[in-house]
Design a protein around this ligand. Structure first.
Ligand SMILES: [Fe+2]
Ligand SMILES: [Fe+2]
Length: 362
């Protein structure tokens, strides 16, 4: 099996076929031009930098381009960074971009089976009909199965959205089951649709970068648009049930400052919000555990998104070091109130360069 970018030790030579996730021409404060990159393969994203010997046209390569990159694994602020010596384009058609993308470790067919069983378990017929039609539809089912849950922080891989959705449903239903006053069908349906906008928000082919529609509208608004188009196909779908389901989508980030235009105003929406936040954070931390499992010490590095380090050693006998998921790039967030786990700044658009030595990404 081909060696992944993340498996190269610092100082080791690199010769990899990977996807170009991002590239940008930059200048140091002393006006020295350089290129910075993000490369991606089945192991996730790895940043790179090229100091010399480059053609500036490289900066015009589109994200999603398959490239052969040669260089050496280096380090920047304790994290791996590829020092690029040269970049070539392999012969067209010699690699399928999607073969180079990371995938969920869960079996796709099993996850889809779980999704279908949840839909079948919904008792309120119009809701069951709505979701049954949507998730069984070929194009939607395909894009929902492939989409990542996020670009880098949680479940950023093929099948990640489906995996995250099932986890959110699991957490939400467990919470709701304690309270007979809560409408379980609405919790189920809300959990399943809360992130459907991500089928449009991320471009799978260019390593999950945000699409234009995603950047302009965001997955909450796109989710409501998608849901509305399916509600219209169900004859006599109860209007208030449609409002409630749209409310779950629009409020699932929990706070105005985290991108929700309305805060959760029903118990069902509140439960989906907490279930969503919980699964995103657990997955994000598990990925850091996995990435840093071989690092010495009891603590992870500082997780800026959650403003703390995590204790990574097991204290009970018989346990292994936590983490089974593929690794991710480091989470990025500014100090202040803890962000919702989904709200991850982009690699190249965080506007933070002035604060970083020579314009390096944080
Ligand atoms: Fe979301
Ligand atoms: Fe979510």
């Amino acid at each position: 099996m081909k060696k992944l970018l993340r498996d190269h030790a610092v100082g080791e030579a690199v010769d990899c076929i990977c996807l170009l996730a991002a590239v940008q021409a930059k200048k140091t404060r002393k006006d020295k031009p350089y290129l910075r990159f993000e490369f991606g393969d089945a192991g996730g994203r790895v940043p790179g930098v090229m100091w010399e010997g480059f053609d500036e046209q490289l900066a015009g390569l589109p994200p999603g381009e398959v490239v052969r990159v040669l260089g050496r694994m280096d380090q920047w602020e304790d994290r791996p960074q590829l020092a690029v010596q040269s970049i070539h384009l392999p012969p067209p058609g010699s690699y399928q971009p999607t073969d180079l993308l990371p995938s969920s470790e869960r079996n796709l067919e099993q996850m889809l089976g779980e999704l279908d069983r949840i839909v079948e378990s919904i008792k309120f017929a119009p809701l069951r009909k709505l979701l049954g039609g949507m998730f069984a539809h070929g194009d939607f089912r395909n894009s929902f199965s492939r989409a990542p849950a996020a670009k880098r922080w949680h479940q950023p891989y093929l099948g990640g959205l489906l995996e995250h959705t099932l986890n959110v449903h699991y957490h939400a239903l467990n919470m709701a089951g304690r309270y007979p006053q809560v409408e379980l069908d609405m919790v189920s349906a809300g959990a399943l649709v809360h992130d459907i906008g991500k089928t449009v928000e991320y471009n799978v082919e260019d390593f999950f970068n945000s699409s234009t529609r995603g950047r302009l509208l965001g997955h909450l608004v796109i989710g409501v648009e998608i849901l509305d188009s399916w509600i219209r196909k169900v004859e006599d779908f109860p209007e208030e049930a449609g409002w409630h389901l749209k409310h779950v989508i629009l409020s699932h980030h929990g706070h105005y400052e985290f991108g929700s235009p309305v805060v959760p105003r029903t118990l069902e929406a509140l439960i989906v919000h907490f279930a969503d936040d919980l699964d995103a954070k657990i997955n994000g931390v598990l990925r850091i555990y996995q990435r840093e499992s071989r690092d010495p010490g009891d603590w992870t590095s500082y997780v800026r998104l959650m403003e703390r380090e995590f204790f990574k050693s097991r204290v009970l006998p018989g346990g292994e070091t936590a983490g089974e998921s593929p690794p991710a790039g480091p989470p990025e967030a500014k100090p202040g109130r803890t962000r919702p786990a989904e709200e991850q700044p982009d690699f190249f658009d965080n506007g933070d360069d002035e604060r970083n030595r020579e314009g390096f990404p944080q």
